[in-house]
Ligand binder design. Structure first.
Ligand code: SAM
Length: 201
């Protein structure tokens, strides 16, 4: 068993032992995902106050809410997903935290449908490996980026012990190349994650 799977098993068994099955399931929904240091990941991708940022596959807001805090009142986070229920949950969490700078966007499988074409950055966290049409999605997403801006992909890295369900750097590089992007590493030293920047050629 790899390190990520072992860690997940230990957490699940500990929660079941301590809380019983039902409460453990509820608790797991609120566990931080793996060992991602969100603040240093935001540093690595160059997220600054005042930015207009898109997030694709935002789910219920694991990375969205910290980003909204970082970009502040002068910035905006457009949180996309194809799952309306996830976005409804994200909206409730943003409201609870008093974050008025988050807008949700229901997208299509191959197009996030962001409402702006001048975004400073588009971020995809723990989600790109779930995208059914990654090349088409990358091609269609270029139009939402201002010149020089990038798509940042943050995900568990099979080369650092994640299950093969997650995508390797070389697999993502293949999709990026076909879609017309140049790929670079944004950060090293994360114990479980890869952080890649994809910039349109
Ligand atoms: C594993 S969740 C990750 C959610 C969140 N980013 C996190 O880190 O907790 C993956 C999300 O990607 C979404 N998703 C899958 N395919 C998508 C696509 N083509 N476009 C946008 N979102 C997609 C799913 O609905 C799901 O909410």
């Amino acid at each position: 068993m790899n390190r990520a799977a072992h860690h997940r098993l230990v957490v699940v068994l500990s929660l079941v032992a301590a809380l019983g099955t039902g409460a453990a399931v509820l608790a797991l929904r609120h566990l931080p995902q793996w060992h991602l240091d969100i603040e240093s990941a935001m540093d690595a991708i160059g997220l600054d106050p005042g930015m207009a940022v898109g997030e694709a596959g935002a789910g219920d807001g694991y990375f969205t809410l910290p980003m909204a805090k970082r970009v502040g009142k002068a910035g905006t986070v457009y949180a996309n997903d194809i799952n309306r229920r996830a976005l409804a949950s994200l909206e409730a969490r943003a409201k609870r935290d008093g974050l008025a700078n988050v807008q949700t966007v229901v997208g299509e499988v191959d197009d996030p449908l962001f409402p702006r074409q001048d975004l400073d950055l588009i971020v995809v966290v723990h989600a790109f490996h779930d995208f059914d049409r990654p090349v088409e999605w990358l091609v269609n997403t270029k139009k939402y980026l201002r010149p020089g801006a990038a798509v940042a992909i943050i995900d568990l890295d099979p080369e650092k012990g994640a299950e093969p369900h997650f995508w390797s750097r070389s697999r993502i590089a293949g999709y990026a190349g076909k879609a017309g992007y140049v790929l670079s590493n944004a950060a090293d030293g994360n114990p479980e994650h890869l952080i890649l920047l994809l910039t349109p050629k």
